[in-house]
Design a protein around this ligand. Structure first.
Ligand SMILES: Cc1cc2nc3c(=O)[nH]c(=O)nc-3n(C[C@H](O)[C@H](O)[C@H](O)COP(=O)(O)O)c2cc1C
Length: 193
């Protein structure tokens, strides 16, 4: 079972990146092969139709495509900005959606269709990024035909949630995150991925 873990944070010291590490570790403990994917490292420009017309889709978008293609499931751990998923996530998937078609399907859909994805978020605030999750769910389902799991977790008060070693302090919170990881791996297993 190959699990791709993506953080949508746009800063070092990210709470979401910490949560992604915790969840990725849980998946590893359950036997999954985990690939942590750095969206920022792609250095994708903000989507620009003129740039696309002149130069095509940036080559680094294909790195994301390849990572998705070689994974059985995706865990997306992202903050919200003003109640929306971060531009980093949306921009990367927007570029992905512009990859040229092949084998009867748009290239993006060939790697995302029926791929299970689970959502986690973290925020110093009281809602933990919850408001953006429905939007992200809709975006991934409607445009990328992904199977977004009903199980999700929004980690609130993230500034106090981790110990010095990066682990979640509260066992109930850790169990809730583990529940999402379990649901994702189980769904991917049932789909024969
Ligand atoms: C432009 C902007 C908008 C934000 N909007 C929200 C918000 O709607 N809800 C929320 O809980 N936190 C919001 N925050 C605070 C983020 O949750 C906080 O910066 C968090 O640390 C980002 O996640 P990270 O630590 O993984 O980078 C916002 C932060 C920025 C920079």
């Amino acid at each position: 079972m190959k699990l791709l873990v993506i953080s949508g944070s746009q800063r070092q010291g990210s709470f979401n990146l910490r949560l992604a590490h915790v969840a990725g570790g849980m998946a590893r403990d359950r036997g999954a092969e985990v690939q942590a994917f750095d969206l920022r490292a792609l250095n994708l420009p903000v989507y620009d139709g003129d740039l696309e017309a002149a130069q095509g889709v940036p080559a680094s978008a294909r790195t994301l495509h390849a990572a998705l293609a070689s994974s059985d499931a995706l865990l997306l751990v992202t903050p919200e900005y003003n109640g929306f998923p971060t531009p980093l996530v949306i921009n990367a998937f927007d570029w992905l959606s512009r990859l040229p078609a092949g084998e009867g399907l748009p290239a993006a859909l060939s790697t995302t269709t029926n791929k299970p994805v689970a959502l986690l978020s973290a925020s110093p605030g009281a809602l933990g990024g919850l408001r953006s999750m429905n939007l992200l769910r809709q975006y991934l389902q409607m445009n990328f035909q992904m199977l977004v799991l009903p199980q999700q977790n929004a980690l609130s008060r993230a500034g106090e949630a981790f110990d010095d070693a990066g682990a979640l302090k509260d066992p109930k919170t850790a169990a809730a995150v583990a529940g999402v990881v379990d649901a994702l791996l189980s769904a991917a297993g049932r789909l024969g991925r």
